[in-house]
Design a protein around this ligand. Structure first.
Ligand SMILES: C[S@@+](CC[C@H](N)C(=O)[O-])C[C@H]1O[C@@H](n2cnc3c(N)ncnc32)[C@H](O)[C@@H]1O
Length: 308
């Protein structure tokens, strides 16, 4: 499945419930919102505050959402101006992720070593330092702030050049966890159990709704790629949906400045028709919720930032 644009039509054909899961916002229990005015030319349902509904991105609209590298240059520069959207090439993500691992392992060049604007993957099985196990590595929590299409977490393609990257050469934080699971499990049950844990410990947030969907799709298709790589066949639909549930919690839409769901202060249109108090009808933005999978409860993200 070495294509960089994951078509929402294909996801819907696999299962409409799967596409709905990928569009869910766990904080508001609505769908994620566009949160960008880049799509308003398609009609009023594409305004920034509107939810992304399946019917807006499939059928005759199936090409509406494209990764940044496939967007036209005018649109790319507008997004850079509006939301500082500039994506990081894979070789830089790799160098920074190597530093994260250097701190965790206490040694350099664990997964690969760097070359001029690139890297060479180490072929040998990863060895863990005394007192640390592969399971601890899989469970170690990682977060990409303002994740865009999540190139620090998964690297199916270079978000700048658009080049597809094979499973063995990937450098994202989740890619690394999955490599460790692939190397340390020898049956499907263990592999699936620890793959789920790798996803549960990998988080990212982002403002713009199209990026959230693209990031979620990238994480989901990374799961399919890895099952194909390890076992030579695709996961079942039930397994794919289980991963999609985790991804729809862990890759969430948030304004990093307010720690709230973008446009969640907007009241539904039928309340706003009051003539005199439209201003006062705005509610408060809803603080974003995330999920602690090891303790099995949801909590407000801001409680963690404030040391709670
Ligand atoms: C410089 S890009 C980086 C994306 C990705 N992490 C990468 O390195 O390729 C910055 C991202 O921040 C997002 N962003 C801008 N303002 C934001 C905010 N207030 N809260 C959360 N994300 C925001 C943009 O939509 C954009 O995707």
């Amino acid at each position: 499945m070495n294509t960089i644009d994951i078509n929402e039509q294909n996801i819907d054909e696999r299962s409409p419930a799967l596409l709905k899961l990928l569009l869910k916002d766990k904080t508001t229990e609505l769908n994620i919102r566009w949160a960008t005015d880049n799509y308003k030319q398609y009609g009023c349902d594409y305004a920034a505050e509107c939810q992304i509904k399946p019917e807006l991105i499939i059928g005759s609209h199936m090409k509406v959402i494209q990764p940044r590298v496939s967007k036209d240059l005018v649109e790319q520069s507008k997004r850079t101006r509006d939301k500082a959207e500039v994506f990081t090439p894979s070789w830089i993500c790799n160098e920074q992720n190597n530093l994260v691992d250097e701190a965790w392992f206490g040694r350099k060049d664990v997964f690969n070593y760097i070359t001029d604007n690139g890297w060479i993957t180490n072929e040998e099985i990863i060895v863990f330092p005394e007192g640390k196990t592969w399971k601890l590595y899989v469970d170690a929590r990682r977060l990409e702030v303002s994740c865009g299409e999540a190139p620090y977490l998964v690297s199916r393609y270079d978000t700048v050049s658009g080049k597809f990257i094979s499973v063995k050469e990937r450098i994202g934080l989740l890619d690394r966890k999955l490599r460790v699971v692939n190397e340390n499990t020898d049956n499907k049950d263990d592999w699936y159990k620890w793959t789920i844990r790798a996803y549960q410990s990998t988080y990212g947030y982002e403002f713009q709704g199209d990026n959230i969907l693209l990031a979620r799709e990238n994480l989901l298709y990374t799961f399919i790629d890895n099952m194909l790589y390890k076992f030579g066949h695709e996961p079942t639909l039930e397994q794919i949906k289980n991963i999609a549930i985790i991804v729809s919690w862990n890759i969430w839409q948030m304004d990093g400045l307010t720690l709230s769901a973008p446009y969640s202060e907007e009241k539904p249109a039928f309340i706003q028709i009051s003539l005199f108090d439209i201003e006062e009808e705005k509610g408060s933005p809803i603080p974003c919720k995330i999920f602690n999978w090891r303790a099995n409860y949801s909590l407000e993200f801001r409680s963690m930032v404030n040391g709670g």
